[in-house]
Write a protein that binds this ligand. Sequence first.
Ligand code: BGC
Length: 762
Amino acid sequence: MNKHIFTFACITTLFLSIISCQTTTKDSSKKSVDKKVDSLLSIMTLEEKIGQMNQYSGFYDVTGPAPSAGDAANKYKHLEQGLVGSMLNIKSVKEVRAFQKIAVEKTRLGIPLLFGFDVVHGFKTLTPIPLAESASWDLEAIKKSAENAAIEASAAGINWTFAPMVDISRDARWGRVMEGAGEDTYLGSLIAKARVEGFQGEDLSANNTIAACAKHFAGYGFGIAAKEYNTVDMSLTMLHNVVLPPFKAAKDAGVKTFMTAFNDFNGIPATGNVYLQRDILKKDWDFKGFVISDWGSIEEMRTHGYAKDMKDASRLAVLAGCDMDMESYAYVKNLADLVKEGLVDESLINDAAGRILKVKFELGLFDNPYKYCNEAREKEIIGNNKLHDASLDIAKKSIVLLKNNNQLLPLKKGGLNIAVIGDLADDKSSPLGSWRLAADDNTAVSVIEGLQAYPDNKITYASGPKLFEDSPNFVNEIKINTTDKSGFSEAVNAAKNKDVVIMVLGEHGFQSGEARSRTNLDLPSFQEELLEAVYKVNKNIVLVMMNGRPLAINWANDHIPSIVEAWQLGTESGNAIAQVLYGDYNPSGKLTMSFPQNVGQIPIYYNYKNTGRPQAKGPDQVFWAHYSDVSNAPLYPFGYGLSYTTFTYENIKLSSESFNKEGSLKVSFTLKNTGNYAGREVVQMYIRDMVGSTTRPIKELKGFELVNLKPGESKEVSFTIDTKTIQFYTANNKWEAEPGDFKVFIGGSSVTSLEADFSYVD
Ligand code: BGC
């Protein structure tokens, strides 16, 4: 028996002798884990328990402000002393094994470490950014994508992802909208569930599933003016109705961990917020997993002006229910003294450490701390073809066709003379998106490469001016090129006398993501100017947008005949785009964030409140809720997206005009494919609660279905409406259904085409 197995065996004998390992039912296995946790806790020193609550980043990669050198030097010492419960940013079997070995062989109790990583849109094989995936509205595909990410990450030794990010946001200025599921709470909740189930699978102890983390709890998507890390000031109505449901859905799906947010909520930083963590999460929702701080967010409570020093910050965070400290070095230095001085009750430490140990047991780390460390598996799985095929599949489903006048698309597969223009068209980095710490740089299929799979058309490429002054990266500020126009006229010339011009414009993959807030949502650098100049010489333009957030493309919408929203689609990006442009996949995505006409309309979202003055009383009336320079409408609304075919909605019917507490009603209608291509439509159902104990949105998504139809084919589609459909967080501070009148709307976007009235009677 080698040394680490021997050490580990001694420890397990010590505390497992108290209980039997053999369990049969789910319930008894839960109890058995609890017993194992208790017996382990009973032999741990206070310092060892606090050690479980401490997480350090690895030595090479950082995903936040770099820690001070002195602390970094202490990491090894702390690891060997059993004062570390988890590491992040370690990304290969070799590295994971090395750190796990220290924990298992060198520490007194040999408790294995958790290895966390931001597996946000894939690991090495990248999938579309989450905002793009949400545009597929395909819950099965989204779940599969998370499942694949878990398979690949676990093969590299990772056992915990800091995903899904389930923050609702209505503000495209915020860079992190790329990481979420958009502006809608209902869709966001279903996607949260799909992602948690995908990562964690049916059996968390399998070696190809990993623990998930719902983040950032809570309100992070609502920083004032979308400035990163900014103050959040919101009502309880908003918190409960808009922000919390996706977190609750993640909890109900069994998510093992939550991460706090950087922002404050109601004047109290989320990491020290008792109302959010203790009252809502741990008491009302009965969450049994553990909560981790965000990077340094315990320490930052000092800077917020909420804690007077690190010790105070540690006290406030642990009292609030934050179980693990990511990179603040706060708990490991201060908690033991706080307990000894009677300022923190040891029962809180037991609770926190116990929650963390429980997840380690559930992952099966005590059975085999190296279960994710298999070099052969790592070699076989990382970057394999299956993962590429799956990434391509969801990439195609994520693309949204925004405009297609004159049927410029799909392109003919032969005989065309095409100009491809734009710095992003041969960019193999941008499509990878922002969270890609484990990926090799420049490994995405570029648009140019994707188009080469269709060799019977002639392609001339001209990049136009460079977008950036240097190569953008994850940790430095982006420097946009605003001075060097070289390449401009060459690009315009390339567009002349071509059958079609494909212009690939947008943002770099590092222009959205954390700390990438923008006040201007126009196309950066000289791109808009280039688009207008090319349009002057050739109007047959297909604009392919590559971006991590909604952009303001008003001019393009007014002039360019075909616009394709292709986001940042990950490793297979160029192949997915080419297959859509050539019609080998008929686009079926729908926007999950409204696109503004201009940045001044933001935050803009479909489920706004009616206000007391929703429309003008007469042609010249000014006293109503509007702007005097642009209309209230977005450029493209939530739920919007075209197909190469067309669909009609008709014949809405209700099974009855009302329902009561025990009952339900059915709304049905006929969907018809009236175009020439087989296609997939995301049919959507919205409701409006006409009068509420608090004011209600003018429309709320409450159901959707993906329907595939051949040309000429039609289908009767129906949705069920019951009390769950109409419940909300009422003026009584509870989730309940209020009797009254409602409208139901059906259509292919939030600008719906059919409607009917019904009521709910108590
Ligand atoms: C982000 C988190 C992330 C963490 C670890 C933070 O800066 O806000 O979402 O999980 O870093 O990388």
